[in-house]
Design a protein around this ligand. Sequence first.
Ligand code: ADP
Length: 388
Amino acid sequence: MKRVGVIGGGQLAWMMADAAQKLGVELVIQTPSEYDPAVLIAQETVFAPVDDASATEILAQKCDVITFENEFVNLQALSLLAQQGVCFRPRLEALAPLLDKYDQRCYLRDLGLPVPQFVALDEVENIKSKIEYLGFPAVLKSRRHGYDGQGTFIIQDFATLEQKLSDESKTKTLNQSLFLLEEFVPFEKELAIIAVRSVEGEIVTYPVVETQQEQQVCRRVIAPAEITPNQVAEIEAIAHTLLNSLEVVGIFGIELFLSADGKILVNEIAPRTHNSGHFSLDACETSQFEQHLRAVCGLPLGNPALQCASAVMVNLLGYENSYSDYQSQRQKIAEIPQAHIHWYGKTESRPGRKLGHVTVLLDNQNRESAGAYANEIARTIESIWYPR
Ligand code: ADP
């Protein structure tokens, strides 16, 4: 496999560049705008939205295999291409139960994996009885196209729920059948694991990490998470069950909740490289991006182990509308010992937009708590990045 087509041209595709070069692989990207980050590193670009299957047909003619950095594709239309012999990795059948959050919850539950209590909001009359079952607070989620907390709302009472449903239906011309309602999990920590499965069915997992979200957006990741060996084993087993059941080839990101009494619940599956695995670019022998390309190209998988005692990754999120490239803040952050900064080269900053990230490798010598140290470094980075 020499030419890999990637549907989506954001930072996740952009971060495949070094690995592609190392492996001697060419990347052909399908993405709508010439300003999308991955256009700069692509051998060739097909300019079209990710759900434009006729553009993917053109992409397929230029590539040996097609993969995804964005899963919001038109599966039905793509399946016609698959029937004609186009190779998608992961396969389309594996994406089918994952693109809708309600279908995804059902799939995980049916596999016997632990998930929060959930219901679909399909009939208006039933909302009252359903909310009685779940109680407040509850979490309302758009079933499709949610990411970075867009379309996820924590709801405290019935009036707000009704209001939100009505607002959302108006703005998105959707009806309520497109919502999922689930119990609010009073988690102690949020965790994630990156797992990859090869063409031969070999599975490799990265260290379990702690992720920290604010307003439903990932702010920081600490690798490894401070959890018990049993909890690590349980999460690795979840990853194995899921990837084997889906028979996927490629990287998956799995987000989880850890409750105060040590229970683990699966929150969400991303069928691609994931923000919770960015630390691997600098902290692991084989990054998630290289690992994904290895898997989809049919190469042997690499070593996912941490090459340092621990690492902390901080997202550099936009906090204003601007065209600045934030040179001086980036320079200051880069001066932190063992800091590796990745700037996605987006031309425009908007509040909440992921503009870059920084990973700091930690040796933890003379530190009582690795987690507290990682949090301290994260605070230092954020105090440089965000205006006071
Ligand atoms: P997205 O697809 O937008 O990332 P998620 O379902 O992952 O949406 O939710 C984003 C964040 O919202 C989670 O990381 C978590 O902090 C919070 N969240 C989501 N679902 C729940 C829940 N059932 N209970 C508590 N918090 C939740």
